[in-house]
Design a protein around this ligand. Structure first.
Ligand code: AMP
Length: 213
């Protein structure tokens, strides 16, 4: 069962994807992570990508589609991929169907996390990532976990694109460009919207009921 997880920036997509990975042995395919990996390589392509990401703008469909295809081609996981941050445009949605068909697979479940704008803003403002183990925590909600972090690190960094201005841009781009994709996919029988303001565990339980059918 391949899954698409939708939600505006800060909706908790990454957290839920991680739960699915751990519980059901899935591969989390985050295009944001793929792009950040490319940036780390400091290639010309990486520099081009960094410029877009730092402003909260979309990287071109061409680049993202290519990175996605190369990743799926190499994957040992079959029918256990969770797409996080992709598709974000109609073109990407069509492309996903084509790529999956090529590898004899399809999308079986779509989850959309719904979180109002004011809640998202607070979440993003507090978001920090552990430099060592890459865990994401929130300085408003996870004070203790940040002070006594299990991996032993005390170096938490903010993602470059986690500032209010970029956030507003990312949120607006999400509503403008990705919402039409969601509205289009919402017609499918395997599409489910979940209230993303519920507790993490409650959301996980809801998702589990769809995965376990
Ligand atoms: P994310 O980690 O999913 O929040 O993505 C971080 C940033 O990477 C986004 O704000 C975009 O600039 C870029 N990005 C990630 N996925 C895509 C995608 N599917 N299409 C275009 N740009 C993307």
């Amino acid at each position: 069962m391949n899954i698409i997880l939708f939600g505006p920036p800060g909706a908790g997509k990454g957290t839920q994807a991680q739960q699915i990975v751990d519980k059901h042995n899935y591969f989390q395919l985050s295009t944001g992570d793929l792009l950040r990996d490319e940036v780390k390589k400091k290639t010309d392509l990486g520099k081009q990508i960094e410029e877009k990401i730092s402003k909260g703008n979309f990287v071109s469909d061409e680049i993202v589609n290519e990175l996605l295809k190369n990743t799926i081609k190499e994957l040992k996981f079959r029918d256990r991929i969770i797409f996080d941050g992709y598709p974000r445009t109609i073109q990407q949605s069509k492309n996903l169907d084509i790529i999956l068909k090529e590898f004899n697979q399809k999308i079986d479940l779509i989850i959309s996390l719904h979180v109002p704008r004011d809640v998202i803003e607070k979440r993003i403002e507090g978001r920090v990532t552990c430099e060592k183990c890459n865990t994401t925590l929130n300085k408003f909600f996870n004070e203790k976990e940040i002070e006594m972090h299990p991996c032993g690190s005390d170096r938490f960094i903010r993602r470059k694109d986690d500032n209010s201005e970029t956030l507003m841009n990312r949120y607006d781009i999400y509503t403008e460009t990705t919402k039409p994709v969601i509205d289009f996919l919402a017609q499918k029988s395997f599409f489910h919207q979940i209230d993303g303001t519920l507790k993490i565990g409650e959301i996980t339980n809801k998702i589990d009921t769809f995965i376990n059918v």
